[in-house]
Design a protein around this ligand. Structure first.
Ligand SMILES: Cc1ncc(C[n+]2csc(CCOP(=O)(O)OP(=O)(O)O)c2C)c(N)n1
Ligand SMILES: [Mg+2]
Length: 367
């Protein structure tokens, strides 16, 4: 079953944040963390194919921002946005099958980790690894919304490192000039691989880059899920109302290495422990919920148990999933060949088409 993606405005609602929504935010953060912990177990059992990229300590960034979107809005995630994808409707079993490269995974074993998307229903785009490149792509996606007068918004994530790429600059500049309904979130987690932010960018605040494009820029505490939600919601609704793009810098911290193989030897002693102790987004939110929101600890424990059960069930399904089919490697790379119209410049030589473009054994693709 596909989980619903984030609903209605929460803090933008004049009635204020609903209790149910506050608990939902907690559920998504817990699900993200627990699912990644399960993936670590599977990785150590060599059941995960390829690298494992954690968002430990960044769950509030991912969940709080994606929660500001409607189902019809389009999200472009990165490796540390498992939480955003879950909020947008990706399911644990899809994620587990994908990481384990199973034959019934969303990409049928042809891509790894969370590189998969659904642009038909849940509206999250399959990510690519090239830093910054999804910004121009999302400028195009959101330009189409503007031209078609659809009240839809796009949200694209980049890391602090990606803000130093040409693609980031060109994409955001184009979106600004075209007043595309796009929100660009920079997750400033203090590192790009092993490079600390101040060693790859001389600007003190990445949010200040917005001024160079003539768009609003905001910086927020990315380890505070409610603040993240609020600042994203404002940008999303401004974009929906025709106000153009916003650049948001979310301050956070990457507590794990770039991926599981990275031993973080470049991180100053005590830094990770300090963030874990003083600024863990899940712990902080538990404090808010059990404090001013008056939620009982048992209620949160029940949510933890629910997340665990869902992940256990999804793991059983993924473990029982088949390996990939070799012929699946041949299909879906450019387009589905049998469904493609004949290329116009080949129209006069149709005999070449069956021979060269539609060989009979192109794979097992059924759709
Ligand atoms: C254009 C480009 N250059 C280099 C790389 C290799 N690379 C992959 S991730 C990464 C660091 C990314 O750092 P950041 O943008 O801060 O994102 P984070 O991993 O911290 O979320 C690098 C250099 C790449 N994928 N694309
Ligand atoms: Mg980074």
């Amino acid at each position: 079953m596909v989980a619903p993606s984030a609903p209605a405005p929460l803090l933008g609602d004049p009635a204020g944040p609903g209790r149910e929504q506050l608990l939902e935010l907690y559920y998504w953060m817990r699900l993200t963390r627990s699912l990644e912990e399960r993936l670590v177990n599977l990785y150590r059992q060599t059941k995960v194919v390829g690298g494992l990229f954690r968002s430990l300590g960044q769950e509030a960034c991912a969940v709080g921002s994606a929660y500001a979107l409607r189902r019809e809005d389009v999200l472009s995630p990165l490796i540390r946005n498992l939480g955003s994808m879950l909020v947008k409707g990706a399911t644990p079993v899809e994620v587990l099958r994908q990481y384990m490269a199973r034959g019934d995974s969303p990409t049928r074993g042809r891509e790894l980790n969370i590189h998969f998307g659904d642009v038909v229903d849940r509206n999250f785009i399959g990510q690519i690894s090239h830093l910054g490149d999804m910004v121009p792509v999302m400028a195009g996606v959101t330009l189409s919304f503007r031209i078609r007068r659809e009240p839809r918004v796009g949200l694209v994530y980049v890391g602090d490192g990606a803000t130093s790429t040409g693609a980031f600059h060109e994409g955001i500049n184009f979106a600004a000039v075209q007043r595309c309904p796009l929100v660009v979130i920079v997750e400033n987690n203090r590192y790009a691989y092993s490079t600390p932010t101040e060693k790859q960018c001389a600007a003190e605040r990445l949010a200040d880059k917005a001024a160079g494009y003539g768009i609003p820029g905001a910086r927020a505490d990315g380890n505070d899920v409610l603040e993240t939600y609020r600042v994203t919601w404002e940008a999303v609704e401004r974009a929906r109302a025709g106000g153009g793009p916003t650049l948001i810098e979310l301050m956070t911290y990457r507590r794990k290495g770039h991926a599981e193989h990275d031993n973080q030897s470049y991180v100053p002693a005590g830094e990770i422990e300090r963030w874990a102790r003083e600024n863990d987004p899940v712990d902080r939110y538990i404090g808010v919920l059990t404090g001013q929101a008056g939620v009982a600890a048992e209620e949160l424990e029940a949510i933890d148990a629910r997340a665990r059960e869902e992940i256990d069930h999804a793991t059983d399904l993924a473990e029982a999933s088949p390996p990939p089919q070799p012929l699946d490697g041949l299909v879906g790379v450019y387009a589905d060949p049998p469904a493609m119209p004949v290329l116009w410049y080949r129209a006069g030589i149709r005999s070449a088409v069956p021979a060269h473009e539609r060989p009979a054994s192109w794979g097992t693709h059924d759709g």
